[in-house]
Design a protein around this ligand. Structure first.
Ligand code: FE2
Ligand code: FE2
Length: 184
C-alpha cells in the first residue's frame, strides 16, 4: 500500500469537509436555522479522522522518518512547520468547542467565535494540505532511503487495515457525503 497515495486521498476527503464547514458558517452569517448537532459532527470528524486518523499517521510514520533521516532541514520542516500546524488546528477546535458551549448557554454573540474558529481552521488546513501535497510529501518520498519508504508503506497498510476493522473510513466518508448534501 502506497502511504503517500493514501494520505493524498485522505486530504481530498478532509478538503470536502472544509467546504462543508465554510458553508455551515455562511448559513450562520445569513441567519439560517442553526443545527448544533452538525457542528458537533464536524468536530468529531476533525478529532477522529483529520487528526486522530490522518495527522496521527503522518506523525507516526512519514514525519517521524523524515525527522530521523533528513537532518536539520527535515527536522525544521516537520517540527517547525507541520507539527506546529497540527497543534494550531487542535487549538482552533478547542476554541470552537468552547464557543458552541457558550452558544448553547444562550450567548448569541458566540456565533462570531464559532465562525472565527471554524474558518480559521479551514484556512489553516487548506494551506497545510497544499504544502504537504506539493512540498513535504514529494520531498520525503524523494529523499528518504528506499528501505525506509518501504517500511512506511508496510506500517501504513497495517494501520489502515486496523482502522478498516473499526469502520473508521466508512463512518467518515458517509458523514462527509451526508453533510455535503445538506450544506452545498
Ligand atoms: Fe499534516
Ligand atoms: Fe496531511
Amino acid at each position: 500500500m502506497n502511504s503517500i497515495e493514501v494520505m493524498v486521498k485522505e486530504h481530498e476527503l478532509i478538503s470536502r469537509m472544509l467546504k462543508v464547514m465554510r458553508q455551515a458558517c455562511y448559513g450562520i452569517l445569513k441567519g439560517e436555522a442553526f443545527c448544533l448537532g452538525d457542528f458537533y459532527e464536524m468536530i468529531d470528524f476533525v478529532k477522529e479522522y483529520a487528526d486522530g486518523h490522518h495527522h496521527n499517521k503522518e506523525e507516526k510514520f512519514l514525519f517521524k522518518a523524515m525527522e530521523e533521516h533528513l537532518g536539520a532541514l527535515g527536522q525544521k520542516l516537520i517540527r517547525m512547520g507541520m507539527l506546529v500546524e497540527h497543534d494550531l488546528g487542535r487549538l482552533y477546535m478547542s476554541e470552537l468547542r468552547e464557543a458552541l458551549e457558550n452558544l448553547k448557554a444562550g450567548n448569541e454573540e458566540s456565533k462570531l467565535d464559532v465562525i472565527a474558529s471554524m474558518i480559521s481552521y479551514t484556512h489553516l488546513l487548506e494551506r497545510h494540505i497544499s504544502k504537504e501535497n506539493d512540498v513535504v510529501y514529494p520531498f520525503g518520498e524523494k529523499q528518504l532511503p528506499k528501505d525506509v519508504i518501504e517500511q512506511i508503506h508496510i506500517q501504513t497498510e497495517e494501520y489502515e487495515m486496523n482502522a478498516l476493522k473499526n469502520g473508521v473510513q466508512e463512518k467518515y466518508e458517509e458523514m462527509v457525503k451526508r453533510l455535503e448534501e445538506k450544506y452545498s
